[in-house]
Design a binder for this molecule. Sequence first.
Ligand code: NAP
Length: 283
Amino acid sequence: MQTIAIVGLGLIGGSLGLDFSRLGYRVLGVARRPETVAMALKRGVIHQGSTDLSLVAEADGVFLCTPIDRVIEIAQQVVPHLKAEAILTDVSSVKGALVPGLTALWPHFIGGHPMAGKAEAGLAVAEAHLFRGRPYVLTPTADTVPQDLDAMAGLVDQLEARRYCCSPQEHDQAVAWISHLPVMVSSSLIQACQQEPKPELRQLAQALASSGFYDTSRVGGGVPELGTLMARYNREALLSSIALYQRQLGQIRALVEVEDWDGLHHFLAQTQAARPAYVDDAL
Ligand code: NAP
């Protein structure tokens, strides 16, 4: 693979462009707005850019990096321009709602999800090495061409990401737990604080908020478009995660209500022991 095209030059598309340029690929970029193309050229994200999707005709691999609700429609416009053997992939945070439609559109499609993000969106916050050490999930299906999977795996490895393969459905339930549910939990936390009826107390809480609140509120303070699309396109998995989460919160409430401090200690000891399996404090 020599030439990579990126459609959608925002946080994820821009960061991929910076990395693939750094790795020596020729990178082509397609954005919706000419200003984004100009900024991508200026920042060295891409070698050549356009607002016209026909630019992808020269690419050996094409990454669709637009918002989730635009991916299928843009893929339909991209496919007529693709080289016969070009690999098509996406970076969307949901897979089950997209992979079947995209596979039907192009035989060399493989779903992907680089699990690295920021609270901000857009090309201005794109950065090189964003995916280093982070998970990058590929979701091949029974229709996937083995050589395409090998080529995608090679690209992911060059990004120094931690590569995983699973089905689109397994991906969606897993990310509902560790990505989509946390956005809803974190935003409910911020909303709950906002319900404090006394303005002076709310202001005091805002002034006293420190690292603990920073950590727990971060994903609830992200761009609303992304959270809304996650819920819309991963609704069932998210609903089942919310139901189990509510049960845990109910358990904590019951323990506190009856002043079962041993029970609460046991609950918190279990979560303290479980957390390292999910997160590496070195990250
Ligand atoms: P973003 O920063 O908002 O960038 C989206 C880009 O898509 C923008 O540059 C925008 O172009 C372009 N775009 C929007 N509509 C378009 C259209 N109709 N035609 C062509 N380009 C269009 O978003 P992002 O955070 O990079 O997210 C993009 C994808 O990555 C989403 O599918 C998301 O699920 C996935 N993802 C996001 C994260 C995260 O934390 N942000 C993490 C992993 C995966 P203009 O600049 O020209 O308007």
